[in-house]
Every structure is written in C-alpha cells, then in structure tokens.
Design a protein around this ligand. Structure first.
Ligand code: NOJ
Length: 497
C-alpha cells in the first residue's frame, strides 16, 4: 500500500536509516528539520557541555584473539586450552566453538573499517600465544606474528592506535599438558619469554601493552569453578598457588616487555577488580568501600601495586596461603605505566562497620536488575568508583577502562535493524558516571567498549551478543546496531550523547 507516494516499507527504511544517523540524501530527509522544530529545540534548556570528557580522551573498542580470529589451524598455530574446552560436549551453551568465530584472521581489514566508521581512535586486541609459540615455549613459529604485523599496519594506516593484550586466556595446550598450566611457575616464566618476544617484534609500532586480561576470572572460573578452560576444580591451596603464579606471570611479563621493547613503550594489567560501591555516599561508607577494595583485590591489584599480600588475606587463607618468596613480591609489583580496568558491574555495595575489617557487604536483593547475561548487574556507579578507588588507594596516575559493555537480545526488527536501546541505556548510564569521574580529576585516559562486534562469548557460545555490530555467523555479515550510532555520537562530541 502506498503512503504519500511511499510504500510503508520504504518509509520504515528511511526512518531506520535516519535513526542510525545515515543520510538518505533525499529531499524528504533534508526537509526533516523544519525551522519550527529547530526553534522548539532552542526553547529547551540548553544541554550544555557538562557531559564532556577531557580533550584527547581516547575512545576505542575491544575484542580478543580466541573470541574473534578463527583460523585455529592456520599458519602453524598450535592448539590452546580453549580449543580443547570448546570441543568437550556440554561445555559451551550452544554447542559451538571458535574454530571460525568472526573469521577476523581473514576479515581484519573489514573490521578496521568498522572501527573507522565509528570514529574510534584505539583498538584493544589480544595476541594468540599459540600462534607465536605453538608449543608454549621453544622456537617461535616464523609465521606466528605475521597476522599481527598486518593488523597493526592496517590499524595505523587508518589512524587507530593499537593496544595489545598479551594474554586473553588462550594458553597453549602444550603448557597445560606439561605443567598443569598456571599451576606451575614454569608457565609464568614461559609467559614472560613469549611476552618479551612479542614486544621485541611489535614495539616499533605498538606502544601500549596489557599483560594479562582479568587474572581473577581465569583463576576462579578456569581453575576453581571449572567453567572456563582448563576446566579444573582445585582445592583452596592449589587455587591460591595458581593465583600467585598468575600475578607472578604479570610481573615477569612487565619486566620482559620493558627489557625487549623499544624505549617509551607503556605496560600495565587489564583487571576485573572487585568493585566496591559505597551503598550510600557518606564519608564513612566511602572509607569502608576503600578498605573493602584493598582487601577484596588482595590477590591481584593490591599485591601488584603494594608488593605484599595483606595481613587479612594471609590470615583468611591460613594454611592454604600461597607459597612465595620476597623476590616474587618484588617481581609482581614491578612498576606499571597504567592500570586497565574492565568495568561491568558493582561486585558489592558496602556499608561502614565498627568491627574489623571496618566494612560490611550489603546482600543483593533478588530484585536487583541485570542485563541479558544474568551475572551482569546494572550498577553504573561502578564506573565512577572503580577508577576513583584505584587512583585514591594506590595513587595511580593513568587508568584505562579496558572493557565496558553489555549483552542484549538484539533481535533484528522487521526492517532488519537492531534497535538495541537497552544497550544504549546501559552505555549512557555508565558513561555518565565515567564523565563524573573525569570531571573530578580521576585520571582516566581512555575507554574501550566491549565489544566492537558480537563474538564467541566463552561458555555462553554465540548466544550472548555484546557487539556494536551484529554479526551473522553464517555469512560473516556485520551490521551496525543502533548503539553503533550512539557510540559514534559520543566519540564525535567527546561527550555523553
Ligand atoms: C570480560 C572478558 O575479558 C571478555 O572476554 C568477555 O567477553 C567479556 N568480559 C564479557 O563477558
């Protein structure tokens, strides 16, 4: 049926295009903003520039190797613990694996164009250790870093700064078989050798490196709960020892990256710290949240930034405490240039308590809201408190938000577009809190949205979509969701849109 000369479908399509910020170049579109509408806008209170970020704030997107690259058997790549895990029946919700994933190993040039279309100026990706050292150690695969050479060149040619993560969980299976993976310090040493090798090869163009992505998740879900690879369920002492080896691996890698990389490169962790939010922002609760932050991150950020395990951590662990030397602690706390924080949700709401340790954790009511992934509680204020605690407690001068984003159901509408207004709501609320932090002088230098595009969400397979671009995994077609327009606006304005 025609509607003023247009079919309804045509009309819906134009509406969708303009909603996505894509010009139809048609007379109809150019007439859209009438002077009447414009004057009505002018009559509203000016939005002002209050929601702006510091100039030079770095806007980026993030992905990781195993979640996007595919090509698991190409150019000499060895198997990783995630290849093994994904092929065990029952481990992945939708029975998928990441053998092909987003095929970014071949489609990386297209992916760089997706970033460019957003106006993003930085990209956080990870290097697949089993591509570089198929056996984990020994002779490097001559083709191992070629893909990253090509990717880095393509990024730089498009004005996008590469930020490389050395370890995003895809441990070479050979190290699991030989040493039990991170159960052994051998893996920490092997990690440093690999990281040094990568820095030596790439640091002529890559200037920023993250060591390990989310130590606590790889330890607790990989070696404690058995949900992530390598799927182990260790007892407390062994688990604490794994925790220590991972922290040690971080410190050894910091030193190796500096030793083998060019002068001026920067390095730091990318942690999913336990984020403690004061339930009500009174001075006493804020102080309690700071104490809680220090104690509940004792195995990772606290030891990395203070060079010791807290007394409470050791007392709580008791006979299960990790075995370590003073030299280990010195290595773990090797100075870093920045701290990366993956911020998704508040872990705890904290209230002050008179008794030791000086804080209490409020229980979460069953009605606390979450996004599509049921673990992903909605608590935008986590984005304010995480960097603020890190800056205040440890006097950290440079912080990056290395991940933030959400899964959503993302069903395409009848016109084929994904109107993911729930993701926009989530991002807008979190970015508002980040702006609050930067406007108060919390030194956050940049933000990487997780994720550029839908990808393999570990044990959830492809069922949980986190991307700004929808990926059709049958055709590999990438289509911008409405949130891509939102993020493009944020970047263009350097302000919450
Ligand atoms: C953190 C992890 O680093 C990333 O790999 C994962 O996809 C996102 N969280 C979402 O769960």
């Amino acid at each position: 049926m025609l509607f003023n000369g247009f079919s309804r479908r045509h009309f819906a399509r134009i509406a969708a295009w303009s909603a996505l910020g894509i010009s139809t170049n048609s007379a109809e579109a150019s007439q859209a903003g009438t002077s009447k509408e414009a004057s009505r806008e002018n009559g509203l209170a000016a939005r002002g520039r209050a929601a702006g970020f510091p100039s030079g704030f770095l806007w980026g997107t993030a992905t990781s190797a195993y979640q996007t690259e595919g090509a698991v058997n190409e150019d000499g790549r060895g198997p990783s613990i995630w290849d093994r895990q994904a092929h065990i029946p029952g481990k992945i919700a939708d029975r998928s694996n990441a053998d092909v994933a987003n095929d970014s190993y071949h489609l990386y040039k297209d992916d760089v164009q997706l970033m460019k279309a957003l106006g993003a100026k930085a990209y956080r990706f990870s290097i697949a250790w089993p591509r570089v050292f198929p056996e984990g150690t020994g002779t490097p695969n001559p083709k191992g870093l070629d893909f990253y050479d090509r990717l880095v060149d393509e990024l730089l040619a498009n004005g996008i700064e590469p930020f490389a993560t050395m370890y995003h969980w895809d441990l070479p299976q050979a190290l699991q078989d030989r040493f039990g993976g991170w159960m052994s310090r051998e893996t920490a040493t092997a990690f440093a050798e690999y990281a040094g090798h990568v820095a030596g090869r790439l640091s002529d163009r890559v200037k920023q490196f993250f060591t390990i992505n989310e130590c606590s998740r790889l330890v607790d879900l990989g070696y404690g709960a058995g949900v992530d690879a390598p799927g182990l369920t260790l007892a407390q002492q062994e688990l604490n020892q794994v925790r220590h080896h991972v922290a040690l691996g971080h410190g050894l890698a910091v030193r190796a990256i500096r030793a083998h990389g060019r002068a001026g490169i920067k390095v730091g962790p990318a942690e999913n710290m336990v984020i403690c939010v004061p339930a009500v922002e009174t001075p006493a609760n804020i102080r309690a949240a700071e104490i809680a932050t220090r104690e509940l991150n004792a195995g990772y950020l606290t030891v990395m930034l203070e060079g010791k395990y807290t007394d409470a951590f050791l007392a709580y662990a008791g006979k299960d405490a990790p075995k370590y030397t003073a030299e280990d602690l010195a290595v773990i706390s090797s100075p870093v240039d920045f701290v990366g924080l993956n911020v998704y949700m508040p872990y705890h709401y904290v209230v002050a308590a008179d008794d030791a340790p000086g804080f209490a954790l409020a229980p979460f009511p069953a009605s606390f809201p979450h996004m599509e992934s049921d673990w992903l509680r909605i608590g935008p204020e986590a984005m304010y408190w995480a960097p603020r605690h890190v800056a205040k407690l440890w006097d950290v001068k440079s912080i990056y938000i290395t991940e933030n984003g959400t899964s959503a159901i993302d069903r395409p509408a009848a016109d084929g577009q994904v109107y993911d207004v729930d993701r926009i709501m989530f991002l807008r609320s979190y970015l508002t809190q980040l702006q609050r932090a930067t406007s108060e002088g919390v030194p956050v230098l940049g933000y990487f949205l997780w994720s550029l595009m839908d990808n393999f969400e570990w044990s959830d397979g492809y069922e949980k979509r986190f991307g700004l671009y929808r990926v059709d995994f049958r055709t590999q077609r990438r289509t911008p969701k409405l949130s891509a327009s939102f993020y493009r606006e944020v970047i263009a304005r350097n302000a919450v849109a």
